[in-house]
Design a binder for this molecule. Structure first.
Ligand code: FAD
Length: 341
């Protein structure tokens, strides 16, 4: 019989689990119920009170905690994950595909003589486990099964609902870890301030800016400063995540007007990201296939384009507003401002 371990880790507060971890808990509960297999949830956190979000799962809770696990670091995280997998005698290890676990999962799978698959989007099968992932830039969907155990599966964020049980105290078994010599000292984190960070995978809405924002408008002039203000005001008011077309982020190198807050990290599409958001709003973007392929997992799609013959209007969006995005977004921002007041 399989023994399932779900790996989780704390967020930056140290006292709650990350959303991606809670999504993996949901996947683990579903899989354990389907296979009638025992389930353990392993927690890596500075202190195990992060388990307070898990009292009603019915699963065995194992924790590795202490100052050494406050920050991500290969040696300590790999030791923690190995100890949890051994304590649970896991044959299947589900982990969120966060940078923290992605970094160590392959190494630990190797130490345990197991196997790892990444970017898993679904788990199916009745008696066996069938893991689904996409290849070739989300064009081919494959279903994998393996005999190798332990089988580590890193789940893509946004593919399962986050577990939302009652909060409270849950009995947690502390797992001792033999730490190797730690050569890396984490002296702190350097990250963009909250307001400057425009890529927000957990946001409900993806706002995409296309090259039209910096093109000449009907008065014969480009208005990149106004475009930047409209976009940033909308992002601040809604907390939406900012995506971009390739043409717009490439423009810097071409000496054309640019929006300074955009980088290639924002690019959505065949050679960019494939984010998962409930809704998407594309603005001043033509909706060409290499871009739209990145929208594969966006739920409801809307676009604003002055061209009634743009790609979005050809069946790629649910709603297309044939309108000037400068005017529409100015009005939307005014409505958001009024609603806040
Ligand atoms: C191998 C390969 C890989 C690629 N990978 C990617 C990728 O990963 N991501 C990606 O995005 N592209 C990718 N591309 C490029 C892609 O084919 C398009 O060239 C690109 O997406 C076009 O960007 P755009 O729609 O922003 O710009 P444009 O094609 O210039 O479109 C601008 C749009 O803005 C509209 N517009 C202008 N002013 C306004 C206004 N005031 N209001 C409303 N609308 C307005 C115009 O009508 C026009 O439709 C790839 C191409 C190749 C060959």
């Amino acid at each position: 019989m399989e023994a399932i371990l779900v790996l989780t880790h704390a967020d930056e507060t140290g006292s709650a689990l990350t959303k991606a971890s809670l999504e993996t808990v949901t996947a683990g509960l579903e899989l354990a119920a389907r296979l009638s297999a025992p389930l353990a949830i392993g927690i890596v956190a500075v202190d195990a009170t992060a388990a307070a979000s898990l009292p009603s799962t019915g699963a065995r809770l194992l924790a590795v905690s202490g100052e050494a696990f406050a920050q991500a670091r290969y040696a300590s995280d790999a030791a923690a994950v190995e100890a949890l997998a051994r304590a649970a005698q896991a044959t299947i290890v589900l982990a969120p595909g966060t940078s923290r676990f992605t970094r160590v999962a392959a190494g630990v799978a190797h130490r345990l003589g197991g196997f790892l698959d990444t970017h898993i989007t679904a788990l199916g099968g009745t008696d066996t486990i069938e893991a689904t992932r996409w290849f070739y830039r989300q064009r081919i969907e494959a279903v994998l099964s393996r005999d190798a155990r332990p089988w580590f599966l890193l789940l893509d964020a946004g593919t399962h609902a986050a577990f939302a049980g009652e909060h409270g105290a849950a009995p947690v078994e502390q797992i001792a870890v033999q730490l190797p010599a730690l050569r890396t000292t984490v002296s702190g984190l350097r990250a963009p301030e909250q307001g400057q960070q425009t890529i927000r995978p957990d946001a409900k809405l993806l706002f995409v800016a296309g090259a039209g924002w910096t093109k000449k408008q009907h008065d014969g002039q480009a208005h990149p400063a106004e475009a930047g203000k409209l976009i940033l005001n909308f992002l601040h008011a809604t907390g939406a995540s900012l995506g971009s077309s390739k043409s717009l982020v490439d423009q810097g190198g071409e000496g054309e007007p640019v929006l300074p807050f955009l980088t290639h990290m924002n690019q959505v599409g065949q050679t960019g990201a494939t984010p998962r958001h409930a809704k998407g709003l594309s603005t001043c973007c033509h909706g060409e296939e290499p871009h739209v392929v990145g929208w594969r997992f966006v739920g409801e799609r809307r676009a604003i384009n002055m061209d009634p013959n743009c790609g979005w209007a050809r069946g790629k969006a649910d709603v297309v507003y044939v309108a000037d995005a400068f005017e529409v977004m100015a009005k939307v921002n005014a409505l958001l401002e009024a609603a806040k007041a």
